[in-house]
Design a binder for this molecule. Sequence first.
Ligand SMILES: CCCCC/C=C/C(=O)SCCNC(=O)CCNC(=O)[C@H](O)C(C)(C)COP(=O)(O)OP(=O)(O)OC[C@H]1O[C@@H](n2cnc3c(N)ncnc32)[C@H](O)[C@@H]1OP(=O)(O)O
Ligand SMILES: NC(=O)C1=CN([C@@H]2O[C@H](COP(=O)(O)OP(=O)(O)OC[C@H]3O[C@@H](n4cnc5c(N)ncnc54)[C@H](OP(=O)(O)O)[C@@H]3O)[C@@H](O)[C@H]2O)C=CC1
Length: 256
Amino acid sequence: MNITSVFKPDLFTGKVAIVTGGGTGIGAAITQELAHLGCDVVIASRKEQRLKEAADQMNANPNIKGRITAIACNIRQEEQVKNLMQSVVKEFGKIDFLVNNGGGQFQCPAENISMKGWSAVIDTNLTGTFLCCQHAFREWMGANGGVIINIVVDMWRGFVFMSHSGAARSAVDNLTKTLALEWADKGIRINSVAPGTIYSETAAANYPTDVFSASREVQPTGRLGTPEEVAALVCFILSPAAAFMTGIFASTCSHS
Ligand SMILES: CCCCC/C=C/C(=O)SCCNC(=O)CCNC(=O)[C@H](O)C(C)(C)COP(=O)(O)OP(=O)(O)OC[C@H]1O[C@@H](n2cnc3c(N)ncnc32)[C@H](O)[C@@H]1OP(=O)(O)O
Ligand SMILES: NC(=O)C1=CN([C@@H]2O[C@H](COP(=O)(O)OP(=O)(O)OC[C@H]3O[C@@H](n4cnc5c(N)ncnc54)[C@H](OP(=O)(O)O)[C@@H]3O)[C@@H](O)[C@H]2O)C=CC1
């Protein structure tokens, strides 16, 4: 994977981040960029073997200065989220950054979505994000401050055939705004970021048809975005350059 850093090489030296879904696609690019800038990163998701292999592969990159550690966690399970936050504080002594990137959905017309499928998407994207924010607050950030980024989608004009995800992400954006207000006096900044339409092998594997190629022509840039371009925006918001930015929705591209 490429690293496209435009920041100072030691920007995040000494910092500790958690990136959910940090072993694949956009999450892996965020992880690599953070580690390139000196941050220790804990990546967390369900598929432990794939997660560990991703961490090993990224740690083998000679351009990485931070250490990348894998901890299995299903963000839908509160005990696993609590364990993730407690393990990171125990091993690294703090949590400076939390990037709630783990999530996703399947395409299905609204009238055909089963209750189980609806719940899986809401529990992953809304409740999972809430649990990660809440337990990061309880275990570290409430007493020490920090920066949180919630990865959402550009759902403002609807999210066709992904009504469950559009509803969950819109709720996450509102949650972001509320937490920004509730937690500002604790030194916590929290913003949401919507990637434009970003191709990666793992993202594409979730769709039966080539939805990414199909959406290329409606992009104002005439091309899809890259995971590295989302990582650059995330690193900007985590950095002191965005110290006055909280409760904001930002996107790498408004047409998805
Ligand atoms: C225009 C181009 C797209 C641009 C925007 C791109 C946005 C992106 O987000 S790309 C990233 C895509 N990555 C992912 O979505 C990864 C994560 N996704 C998932 O893990 C699943 O989609 C999940 C959110 C549904 C969670 O999966 P899991 O907990 O493993 O649940 P199951 O697979 O067991 O499914 C539970 C339940 O959900 C229903 N269901 C699942 N897939 C489909 C489907 N393709 N069609 C219809 N219904 C589906 C179904 O009811 C499942 O239960 P069972 O029937 O018992 O299997
Ligand atoms: N690619 C795109 O165009 C866009 C992507 N997004 C969002 O960006 C984020 C990253 O997507 P992208 O990199 O493209 O796709 P990927 O499919 O590569 O990434 C999804 C990640 O989420 C993790 N994940 C899913 N469910 C859970 C769970 N219950 N607990 C913990 N981790 C979980 C997966 O790991 P595991 O399976 O091991 O749990 C995987 O690493 C997602 O939230 C996605 O919806 C938003 C807009 C556009």
